[in-house]
Design a binder for this molecule. Structure first.
Ligand code: APR
Ligand code: PHB
Length: 399
């Protein structure tokens, strides 16, 4: 049996696991990563691409942002559209200069993986973790498979950064947490297309035919989404139909959507989910392993990185000062931001998706919110500060 000994055993090479490994290394703490999938599979997974200011700052501090700084797009505002009326919420005026950066999640994963392996560190691909054992002792273990052989990582702590379908959450005793979830009655059909973006900043749109989002990846690649029914199938949509729908839903007088060849399309369901305990003994959960937000607002990756920050703080305190205090409070600290992001993601989802008939009570509430953004600096500022992401001290200041 393959035997590995390390300080922190990490399951999952997504944004959470990779950032944790790099950050621990910077702090002189050793770790290894065990990843179920192949390197190609992980790096090809298309996901949202919105990085909060906090996330970019962390990646810069870790020396992992060279390509992100070169190729990412800084955005200082966002367009919101309702029934064809488009307004802009500027970030700089409302958040003291904080902004977001558009850079594909799989590019982040690629940069972090390349840097980790180039540094001679351990990351096993195609190595599914099968069991987390002894988390209530000082030597927890991760049993895994790799190249037809069984292996075990013996460590001081296990960090389950293994996404929504991982084994981390399943290992937590059912009576150790409460589960909260909302399943939405709609999904997103997302495309990547070889065409210059039709807008320099993102556009979130409510339309009577449903939600639409205009985003981008580069000066030649656009990323767009439309709301579809949960039962819908990608084969029901021709490329022309997708462009037509995007053009109608995002439309506003004097603006035109450019179309081009679509090279990726898929449908993703929408869910809000969390468990309110992210640790048991020496096992800690971070990222999608513990929570999912609907993508309206692009919080998923940023929440995963925020969890990692709190976990690193706890590990550093443990190894430097032999104190468990930070680790003990990990869930409690992380949950403040998680609930904030759950609220904001749900708010953006509810505001911009079609849920009931045009003219219904629900529709009129949505319309009233949109009108309020236009008339109130306070409301626009609320949206801006949540969208760019609250600073860490803003959420830890109150008792
Ligand atoms: N053994 C090893 N690896 C596993 C196992 C297992 N048993 N189960 C899952 N994994 C791996 C998955 O293959 C995946 O690569 O864990 C990784 C988890 O990565 P992500 O799903 O990207 O989760 P996370 O790092 O928390 O990042 C959150 O991902 O879903 C998006 O929108 C979300 O942007 C957010 C981000
Ligand atoms: C994306 O670019 O993929 C994206 C941007 C913002 C979102 C969701 C997805 O809210």
């Amino acid at each position: 049996m393959k035997q590995i000994r390390t300080q922190v055993g990490i399951i999952g090479a997504g944004p959470a696991g990779l950032t944790l490994a790099h950050w621990l290394k910077q702090q002189g703490i050793e770790s290894v990563i065990i990843e179920h999938r192949s390197r190609d599979y992980v790096q090809a997974r298309v996901r949202a691409g919105l990085l909060e200011q906090n996330t970019v700052d962390i990646l810069k501090d870790l020396g992992l942002a060279d390509r992100l700084v070169r190729e990412g797009h800084a955005h200082h505002g966002v367009y919101l559209s309702f029934d064809g009326e488009r307004i802009r919420v500027p970030f700089d005026t409302y958040t003291g200069g904080r902004h977001i950066t558009i850079y594909g999640q799989q590019e982040v994963v690629k940069d972090l993986t390349d840097a980790w392996l180039a540094g001679g560190n351990t990351l096993l691909f195609e190595a599914p973790a099968r069991q987390i054992a002894d988390y209530d002792t000082k030597q927890p273990k991760i049993y895994f498979e790799h190249e037809g052989e069984e292996g075990v990582v013996t460590c001081d702590f296990v960090a389950a950064c293994d996404g929504f379908h991982g084994i981390g959450r399943k290992t937590m005793p059912k009576n150790s947490y409460n589960e909260y979830s909302i399943t939405y009655p709609f999904s997103w059909l997302g495309i990547l297309a070889n065409v210059a973006p039709s807008s320099e900043e993102l556009i979130y749109a409510y339309h009577e035919r449903g939600f639409a989002l205009h985003s981008l990846r580069s000066s030649t690649v656009s990323r767009l989404y439309i709301q579809v029914e949960n039962e819908d199938h990608i084969d029901n949509w021709t490329d022309d139909q997708i462009w037509e729908e995007l053009s109608v839903r995002l439309g506003t007088p004097g603006w035109q959507l450019h179309s081009g060849p679509i090279f990726e399309k898929s449908i993703t369901p929408m869910r809000s989910y969390l468990i309110d305990n992210m640790q048991i003994g020496r096992l800690f959960l971070a990222g999608d392993a513990a929570h999912i937000v609907p993508p309206t607002g692009g919080k998923g990756l940023n929440l995963a990185i925020a969890d990692v920050k709190h976990l690193v703080d706890g590990f550093v305190e443990y190894y430097r000062q032999h104190s468990y205090r930070g680790l003990e409070h990990y869930t409690q600290t992380a949950l403040r931001r998680i609930w904030r992001a759950q609220d904001f993601s749900n708010f953006m989802t509810t505001l911009f998706h079609k849920q009931d008939d045009h003219g219904s009570f629900q529709y009129r509430l949505q319309r009233a919110k949109f009108d309020y953004i236009r008339m109130s600096d306070a409301y626009a500022a609320t949206i801006a500060e949540n969208y760019v992401g609250l600073p860490f001290d803003a959420l830890t200041r109150f008792p």
